[in-house]
Design a protein around this ligand. Structure first.
Ligand SMILES: [Zn+2]
Length: 239
């Protein structure tokens, strides 16, 4: 089987850093040819995603926080994958801290890469977490451009948060014993940060990860929160 090494930096990668990577360091990825188990994991994750209904109060909360979730439920994201022909693949990333990323260009269309560290994770909780990562990247893919901004990240992160809270309700206790990096620094972290009243930790976290980006862009006008994050980034030194 042929493994194609790709350099995301030169493939007009959506942002200069993949989701989960610190700051603007470029991340390199080597695509894996998925085996049967991996294909079945992705299928299961998509099956879960299809049934996701955001809790109405969560959706309202996001809107009042100045966040525009790109999808209203999981079904819309699945429809986007089918209509856009987006591919989902596993890749080895140069940084182990990257959960997933999206590559888009006119020739290849949209490709969602999942960190291959998660490829053999087939517990139910892991499959749910992978579906959340896919949902986030679909949110980025929806606008078919290579531009990114703090506001766009907030919008896409809100999808993870609402999806995670739906799963917690649907499968009580499912994430209780999940403490791997995928959970502690990803899917289980953002729900806490988003729903904190003062959002100080959220602002710091997003500033650290995405503060180097512009506050907003043409398709995602920066709200108050995005401006506060940019301000935090400019006032602090993040390496
Ligand atoms: Zn993102």
């Amino acid at each position: 089987m042929k493994i194609t090494p790709i350099n995301l930096k030169y493939l007009k990668f959506k942002s200069n850093a993949a989701d989960g990577a610190p700051g603007a360091n470029p991340v390199y990825a080597t695509v894996n040819v998925p085996d049967e188990v991996q294909i079945s994991t992705i299928k299961k994750a998509l099956e879960e995603l299809k049934s996701v209904e955001f809790l109405p109060n969560d959706f309202l909360y996001m809107e009042t926080t100045g966040i525009n979730p790109p999808f209203k439920n999981g079904r819309e994201a699945i429809d986007w994958i089918n209509q856009s022909g987006a591919k989902i693949l596993y890749a080895d990333f140069s940084s182990p801290n990257v959960h997933a990323c999206l590559n888009y260009n006119k020739e290849d269309g949209s490709i969602i890469f999942i960190n291959s560290n998660y490829k053999d994770n087939c517990t139910h909780a892991d499959i749910l977490a992978i579906s959340e990562a896919i949902l986030h990247e679909c949110g980025h893919g929806k606008d078919f451009d290579c531009e990114n901004s703090i506001q766009e990240e907030l919008n896409c992160l809100s999808l993870n948060v609402m999806c995670h809270r739906f799963y917690e309700k649907k499968y009580p206790g499912i994430f209780k014993n999940s403490d791997s990096f995928l959970f502690s620094q990803g899917v289980s972290l953002y729900p806490k940060l988003f729903f904190d009243f003062y959002k100080t930790a959220l602002i710091q976290r997003v500033a650290q990860k995405y503060g180097y980006l512009q506050s907003g862009d043409n398709k995602h006008k920066a709200g108050k929160l995005a401006h506060s994050i940019k301000q935090e980034y400019e006032n602090a030194t993040y390496v």
